[in-house]
Ligand binder design. Structure first.
Ligand code: MTE
Length: 394
């Protein structure tokens, strides 16, 4: 005989992401995000490139280099070693909606699904830059896209030594999951910067400019920053000194996690409910750091339980395991480019007693998600403990 949830506990239990945007579970159900669900963040109209123009797409490497070059995509594909990496892209505005609910920031309300994972194929950026031979004093790689926006082309920069460090995986990509890039994701060529906010991964790439200073592109200055918390929208609009301070520019992602099961407003199935409920979600670290623990609290952070962590990315880095006969797995020491999934089986009876479920992650440098939100005017890098409320009715 089927028992309803009410039969079993005498009341209904709704699991709701209170003050929390929904994370559609299907966006995080698989390690690689299907193309139709991959998040899109464009600042303006998407440049249109015809199929017959793809191979002739030109981009230049200029600035502080001995050997400035203009390369076509055809040359990039035929003259350089090709690599494929699984990479999770995360918008700096992931989870911004929570900030907007506390105080409206200047950004729109991303839920906790402003991130996606794909296999990116292309060329390691350092291979291209090395051939251009950077000159003394070269410190930054400025990137510029082809999208014409109200304040010029989209552009930003990363440090040259990051681009030259192959362990960071910075690449020029033309394929996603084995297919040529789709228009929204930078067709035909984009930069991909693993472990850093998505805003550094310039799409429709036209230029790499090697410089001795960070990019002066409008979108580098007025976007992708965490300004001090007291700076209000008005104050920031009237005072450019906040924006020109490179200390507030964001590069590495901060450690973060979210609960995807239960989803927003999910009502536990009333029929045949098992004794345990498996709560699940994702987590990621920044700068190539791996998430080393994910913890769950059912008592508002007084006590925590350790969840299981699954790193599907490891399936893609079996080389070391093969070399060492599977005995010596050193792969965890390498940079980590992707999200991981965590899960924890909880007794339904315990859930029944709780008001909410909290999750927090820690990375291998012991950076841990804070309890409290750090509000800032662009609403970026939001990473306090993620909370799902358990609403009890009846
Ligand atoms: N590159 C260009 N040329 N123009 C853009 O608007 N948006 C950036 C980045 N690269 C952007 C860009 C931002 S803010 C993010 S989060 C990522 O692209 C999103 O990449 P996706 O749309 O492929 O997910």
């Amino acid at each position: 005989m089927a028992h309803s949830f009410e039969d079993m506990f005498g009341r209904a239990v709704n699991l709701m992401a209170a003050r929390m945007p929904p994370t559609p579970p299907e966006t995080v159900d698989s390690f690689l995000t299907s193309p139709g669900l991959f998040y899109v963040r464009n600042h303006g109209p998407v440049p249109q490139v015809r199929e017959d123009e793809i191979q002739d797409w030109e981009f230049s490497i200029e600035g502080l280099v001995e050997n400035p070059m203009t390369l076509t995509l055809r040359q990039l594909m035929s003259e350089y070693e090709q690599v494929t990496y699984p990479i999770t892209l995360v918008c700096a505005g992931n989870r911004r909606k929570e900030q907007n609910q506390v105080r409206k920031s200047k950004g729109f309300s991303w839920g906790a699904a402003g991130l996606s994972t794909a296999l990116f194929t292309g060329v390691v950026m350092s291979d291209v830059i090395r051939r251009a031979r950077p000159l003394r004093g070269a410190r930054y790689v400025c990137m510029e896209g082809a999208d014409k926006l109200p304040n010029g082309f989209y552009g930003t920069s990363v440090k040259l030594n990051w681009a030259m460090d192959d362990n960071k995986g910075i690449m020029l990509a033309y394929k996603m999951n084995g297919e040529m890039l789709r228009p929204d994701h930078g067709k035909p060529l984009r930069a991909v910067v693993p472990g850093q906010i998505g805003g550094r991964s310039v799409k429709w790439l036209k230029k790499l400019i090697i410089t001795n200073a960070p990019s002066d592109n409008w979108y580098h200055i007025y976007d992708n920053r965490v300004l001090p918390t007291m700076v209000s929208p008005d104050e920031s609009a009237n005072n450019p000194r906040w924006w020109y301070d490179e200390r507030y520019a964001i590069y590495d992602l901060n450690v973060n996690s979210a609960i995807t099961y239960p989803a927003h407003g999910e009502r536990l199935s009333l029929i045949g409910l098992p004794e345990n409920y498996r709560i699940k979600g994702y987590a990621y670290g920044g700068g190539g750091r791996r998430v080393s623990r994910v913890e769950i609290s059912l008592d508002k952070g007084r006590t925590w339980q350790l969840s299981d962590i699954n790193y599907p990315e490891d399936l893609y880095r079996g080389v070391n395991q093969q070399l060492y006969g599977g005995q010596l797995d050193m792969s965890w020491r390498e940079s980590c480019f992707c999200w991981c999934f965590w899960s924890l089986s909880i007794k339904v009876s315990e859930l029944k007693e709780a008001d909410d479920i909290l999750v927090r992650a820690m990375d291998e440098a012991m950076n841990i998600q804070p309890r409290d939100m750090y509000w800032s005017v662009l609403g970026m890098m939001n990473n306090p403990w993620f909370r799902v409320a358990i609403i009890k009715d009846g």
